[in-house]
Design a protein around this ligand. Structure first.
Ligand code: HEM
Length: 453
């Protein structure tokens, strides 16, 4: 009987799926035509800018959810990792299914992880093996959840507060807040500052790009990444040696790793510690900085949401500040897809009309962005709401390889942005300076905002 009562809701959700898909298609056509007849730049550049804008991406996935929820193409979009074609997965149920079927859909990053470490894999590049469990467990003993309220959140809050206080009414957010705050965390909490702030930012950013975003394996960039990795390894080796020689008991992540090594824990040789820390640092710095800027950019585009976030920051309501930031990131997640490669022939959405057979070797782009807007699973997906259950969000993956830093992210992103949001009359700086500027890289390098002192 209950299924009968659920029927109106199910019907309404289907209608939304159809409406979003059709409307998305119409608006995308309009956007394309607008770019066609606009002036400035080449047509290709105008089209690319218009159709890859965040709102266009969301519309494209709305169209995919309706017309081609599991789209299989022969085209190889990623060439940095071996594959025989590409599939896009757009419905939430299928995205979560793909990311939880590790035997069918495996991670691909192993080869590049090995280049970075000079031979060994790092756990994000491993399949679900005993070695994976060993390494991730070791690192979880060092990076403890208890640290978030006790060490990380207070440190980030104080650091961000000081960085914003040092800015006289205008601030270049990546350069003066989000990058230095994260670099300081690598020093204070991880015990791995790098030779300088500039170098640790450059190294982690370059290697993140190499692993996840250098999709076409650009040889010039790859040569730079290999040089960077060698410098990172050499510095980390000498730093570990220096810390061991110091013989101290500093209670940071490196210090804890050395204590675990002294206790004879398997998988904690100097080289293991080096490789694990390099992996964690690449995961930590560029991602957290970029996500903070994307969330802020999205809030600045939404006057009501910005007013809500600023009021919450002014009132010291940390939960509400966080709710605004994570909802902003739903619209602008750092990564709109998580990719996997089919380890064997497999079927997505078995038994459904949308079922697709995926051949072994196919790269599968599971869209977390699309999953967070799927009207079949998410209530009023296009509205900006701060009362969504946390489970709505897939901001840093899901399943076996869900982000190691998930708890850090939930504390760090609000801590970084809160002192800015608490400023009166927070706004974009005038002109191009007030827009995100990636300066040719995949991440925000400049982004000026202004506020009343
Ligand atoms: C807002 C910031 C961050 C974002 C957006 C982010 C994003 C992600 C995503 C999407 C994944 C899943 C990758 C996949 O399944 O293919 C992931 C995994 C991972 N992240 Fe993060 N991340 C962030 C911060 C961090 C931090 C702070 C750390 C380190 C402390 C970190 C370390 C890792 C590691 C080690 C994995 C692999 C986990 C595993 O294989 O079990 N990330 N992250």
């Amino acid at each position: 009987m209950q299924w009968l009562l659920n029927l109106p809701v199910a019907l309404w959700r289907r209608l939304l799926l159809i409406g979003q898909g059709l409307l998305g298609l119409l608006v995308l056509i309009g956007t394309g035509l607008g770019a066609l007849f606009a002036s400035g730049g080449t047509l290709a550049d105008r089209l690319k800018a218009a159709l890859t804008a965040p709102a266009s991406l969301r519309r494209a996935f709305a169209v995919a959810r309706l017309f081609a929820p599991n789209l299989v193409l022969k085209t190889k979009i990623i060439t940095a990792y071996d594959n025989d074609g590409t599939a896009f997965v757009a419905r939430r149920a299928d995205v979560i299914d793909v990311l939880s079927r590790d035997a069918d859909f495996g991670v691909v990053y192993g080869t590049r992880m090995e280049t970075i470490t000079g031979g060994e894999n790092f756990f994000l590049g491993m399949q679900d093996t005993p070695r994976y469990t060993r390494d991730v467990s070791n690192m979880r003993l060092a990076v403890r959840r208890d640290d978030v309220p006790a060490v990380v959140a207070p440190f980030m809050a104080a650091t961000a507060e000081a960085l914003v206080a040092a800015a006289p009414g205008t601030i270049d957010v990546p350069q003066m807040l989000s990058l230095p705050a994260n670099a300081r965390l690598l020093d204070h909490y991880f015990g791995t500052p790098g030779p300088s702030q500039a170098e640790i930012i450059d190294w982690t950013t370059t290697l993140f790009q190499y692993l996840f975003l250098d999709l076409k394996a650009d040889p010039v960039f790859d040569a730079k990444a290999e040089k960077t990795a060698a410098a990172f390894r050499a510095w980390m080796d000498s730093h570990i040696a220096a810390r061991k020689a110091e013989g101290g008991t500093r209670d940071d992540i490196l210090g804890r790793c050395l204590v675990m090594q002294a206790g004879g824990l398997p998988g904690m040789s100097d080289r293991d510690i080096r490789n694990n820390l390099i992996g964690l640092l690449i995961g930590e710095l560029p991602t957290t900085s970029a996500a903070a800027n994307l969330a802020l950019d999205e809030l600045l585009d939404r006057p009501d949401a910005l007013a809500g976030a600023c009021a919450a920051a002014g009132a010291g309501d940390d939960d509400l500040v966080a709710a605004h930031i994570f909802e902003a990131l739903r619209f602008r997640p750092l990564n709109p897809v998580v990719y996997r490669r089919a380890m064997r022939d497999a079927t997505i959405a078995e038994g459904r009309v949308r079922a697709r057979r995926i051949k072994k070797g196919t790269m599968v782009m599971a869209s977390n962005l699309s999953a967070m807007f799927d009207p079949l699973a998410i209530s009023s997906p296009n509205s900006f709401r701060t009362d969504r259950p946390w489970e709505t969000y897939i901001l840093w993956g899901t399943g076996l390889h869900a982000c190691f830093g998930a708890y850090l992210n939930r504390a760090n992103l609000p801590a970084i942005l809160k002192p800015l949001l608490a400023k009166r009359n927070l706004r974009r700086a005038a002109g191009p300076a007030g827009q995100l500027d990636n300066a040719g890289s995949p991440f925000p390098v400049h982004f000026h905002v202004a506020f009343d002192q």
